[in-house]
Design a protein around this ligand. Structure first.
Ligand code: SF4
Ligand code: SF4
Length: 360
């Protein structure tokens, strides 16, 4: 991230990366090009900066493609739960046409019902639900802010494809079998989790929260809001299966676009939480830089390795693993082995964990 002259500023770096990763060979004249990103939940401010996104838009336009920015509606209630709210949220975060020079299209429609089924040969799914406007795109540039996540350990390109290209029903498919439970001895009865549950699964029983497991879909909204870390899942049994389902959904998201998808990952503002929470905690490691690759498994593996190689920031939520080489997201979310998603992604043919870092 060091810069000392105008020829190396971040906009120039992104432009160089687009060329180096082969975008000119991927975008053909007239290609409707989905630039897939996360606009950030209202209150979060560490999503990818619109000025960087504009740089990618300009690149696609110069190649005579037709770029549009896109994401899908959330399963939980928040500022991105339907397309109307989602668009307003995107504009509030700077993704207005005047800034990014591309329209924003919420790919699964007003209420998340605009999707198609993609057949895959997975261990969990034979078909997955993918937002229709992402299926219909002729090329994709997947922009990912790499950061932590309470349930999956970290969020990278694979998660951006999996959850990010699925409508709410597809997100629910990925969360199936996950169920929250409250550790009563840790619960202080603050009731924060009750209003966060989109399915009304949490009620108070006396001074303790209670999860009705017949209603819970395991979305993890409550987990992220509990100030006492009193909510948990059956981490060893259920979370690896959740990561496997996400990798299979990611496979379905790109299956219809062979050779037409490029990934750019932003390793800056590496927060412990996902951009889907309405806040931004301080980063756990220093800013690192930008990565680009045609392979989602390789780019996520490289991102994890680069993040782990950093010295952890002492003023962050890292509670251990500060030394270079130690597992940084494990130092925040110690119950989750987030790296398993790249291992499983490689296993199902989504990509390869082998990579060579080429500095541009
Ligand atoms: S109880 Fe928690 S994990 Fe279950 S559906 Fe409600 S918010 Fe989601
Ligand atoms: S947010 Fe946590 S501490 Fe507060 S009521 Fe829910 S489980 Fe208990």
């Amino acid at each position: 991230m060091r810069v000392k002259n105008p020829d190396e500023n971040n906009r120039v770096k992104i432009s160089k990366l687009c060329n180096a990763v082969g975008l000119p060979g991927i975008i053909k004249e007239g290609d409707l090009t989905a630039i897939k990103l996360h606009f950030g939940e209202l209150g979060c401010d560490t999503f990818i900066k619109p000025v960087y996104v504009r740089q990618v838009v300009d690149h696609v336009r110069n190649l005579k493609g037709k770029p549009f920015l896109t994401d899908t509606n959330t399963m939980y209630i928040g500022s991105r739960h339907n397309a109307a709210d989602h668009l307003i949220n995107a504009i509030r975060h700077g993704f207005a046409y005047a800034v990014v020079d591309a329209p924003v299209i919420i790919a699964d429609g007003l209420s998340g019902n605009n999707y198609g089924e993609v057949k895959i040969k997975g261990n969990h799914f034979h078909s997955v639900k993918i937002a229709r406007d992402i299926m219909d795109a002729q090329a994709m540039v997947v922009l990912t802010h790499v950061k932590g996540h309470a349930l999956s350990g970290f969020g990278g390109a694979i998660k951006n494809l999996a959850m990010g290209c699925a409508p709410p029903l597809g997100k629910r498919d990925q969360h199936q079998g996950m169920q929250a439970e409250v550790n009563e001895s840790d619960c202080i009865g603050c009731e924060s989790c009750v209003s966060q549950c989109p399915f009304g699964a949490i009620t108070m029983k006396g001074e303790k929260a209670y999860v009705d497991k017949s209603i819970c879909y395991g979305c993890s909204a409550c987990l992220q809001f509990c100030p006492e870390h009193a909510i948990s899942f059956i981490w060893n049994r259920d979370v690896p299966l959740f990561l496997e389902r996400m990798a299979e959904y990611a496979l379905g998201a790109v299956l219809g676009h062979p050779g037409k998808v490029i990934y750019i990952s932003f390793l800056m503002d590496i927060t412990p939480d996902c951009d889907c929470v309405p806040w931004s905690d301080s980063p756990i490691v220093p800013d690192i830089g930008f990565l680009a690759s045609p392979d989602p498994v390789a780019i996520d593996t490289a991102a994890l390795d680069l993040i782990n190689a950093q010295e952890g920031l002492s003023c962050s939520s890292l509670h251990c693993n500060h030394h270079p080489g130690e597992n940084k997201f494990g130092g925040v979310w110690d119950k989750v082995n987030g790296r398993y998603i790249v291992e499983y992604g490689q296993f199902i043919g989504l990509g390869s964990m082998e990579y060579t870092l080429v500095e541009i």
